[in-house]
Ligand binder design. Structure first.
Ligand SMILES: NC(=O)c1ccc[n+]([C@@H]2O[C@H](COP(=O)([O-])OP(=O)(O)OC[C@H]3O[C@@H](n4cnc5c(N)ncnc54)[C@H](OP(=O)(O)O)[C@@H]3O)[C@@H](O)[C@H]2O)c1
Length: 270
């Protein structure tokens, strides 16, 4: 097994990405933490902040080149940059729905595509995508976020088959609620801001619940440790849901009939 020594993380300026960068660096890895801000919450030995907008393919390729010239290798990439939008399907603007796919899906895709030729030439490489339990649990008023995380999970699993025998592995990490800047950064669609929306009461109740769940959620270190565990394994798991309670819910919804799953979600979230 090729030891993981050099890692690129996107969305490394806060939350899960910042915690993961610190945890990997503390374990001895050299980490390049990319974000649009290009800064770190706290200076950490072994973490190099880089300015990187995942929607800019040329900038991503330039960062990968820089890593190769400075380190001579790139062993893993963690595609973590993301954000959420909120609102009813009815009335969501085309551009709002598309924007949800930009950073979360196409940004991750561009990052993966920038790293794949390097991994192929090296004969090894690890691709971790940070998706969400919402890839497998579809919540109301987050249809676009659920869709984009399911799409990225699907891409990761399909890619893992494509890459069999190349030495390149894929793993998707599906966090549950994590207390980060994600909650404040969530954008409400125009339709979600309409005081006269026919979904007003349902949305208000639902948004209050999901925000409270996130603010009282796990510390991002839990996700960072789960990512470190996979990077240290000879063979990464294809899909990981950190923390036992969320993993149990993930397993439950996998085996529940679809109708029962939706009834449960309806009870909890509407
Ligand atoms: N928090 C949760 O409950 C939760 C649950 C499941 C999954 N997740 C997923 O976890 C990932 C990290 O989210 P978080 O909770 O840590 O939220 P966060 O604290 O808001 O962090 C998001 C990170 O993404 C970066 N980012 C956003 N757009 C970017 C772009 N275009 N290019 C590069 N970096 C970009 C941000 O930095 P800049 O603003 O500096 O670019 C920031 O570092 C996301 O993919 C999110 O969907 C979060």
């Amino acid at each position: 097994m090729e030891e993981v020594k050099v890692v690129l993380i996107t969305g490394g300026s806060s939350g899960i990405g910042a915690a993961t960068a610190r945890i990997l660096a503390q374990s001895g890895m050299k980490v390049y933490a990319g974000s649009r801000r290009g800064t770190l919450q706290e200076q950490t030995p072994g973490v190099v902040p880089v300015k990187l907008d995942v929607n800019d393919a040329a900038a991503t390729e330039a960062v990968v080149k820089r890593i190769l010239s400075e380190e001579g290798r790139l062993d893993a990439v963690v595609c973590n940059a993301g954000n959420g939008i909120y609102g009813p399907v009815e009335g969501t603007l085309d551009q709002e729905a598309r924007s949800q796919f930009e950073t979360n899906y196409f940004g991750a895709l561009k990052t993966i595509q920038a790293c794949l030729p390097v991994f192929r030439e090296q004969g090894h490489g690890r691709i971790i995508t940070v998706t969400s339990v919402m890839a497998v649990l579809q919540l109301p008023f987050q249809g676009f976020y659920s869709s984009v995380k399911a799409a990225l999970l699907s891409l990761s699993e399909s890619l893992s088959l494509e890459l069999k025998g190349t030495g390149i592995q894929c793993c998707s990490v599906l966090p549950g609620d994590v207390a980060t800047g994600f909650t404040n950064a969530r954008k409400l669609n125009v339709a979600a801001q309409d005081p006269a929306s026919p979904y007003r009461n349902k949305m208000d109740k639902n948004l209050q619940k999901i925000e409270a769940d996130e603010r009282g959620g796990m510390q991002p270190d839990v996700i960072g440790k789960a990512i470190l565990k996979q990077l240290n394994k000879k063979k990464m798991r294809v899909r990981v849901i950190p923390r036992l309670d969320y993993a149990a819910v993930g397993a439950l919804v996998r085996f529940l009939p679809e109708k029962s799953k939706l009834a449960l979600l309806n009870f909890l979230y509407t």
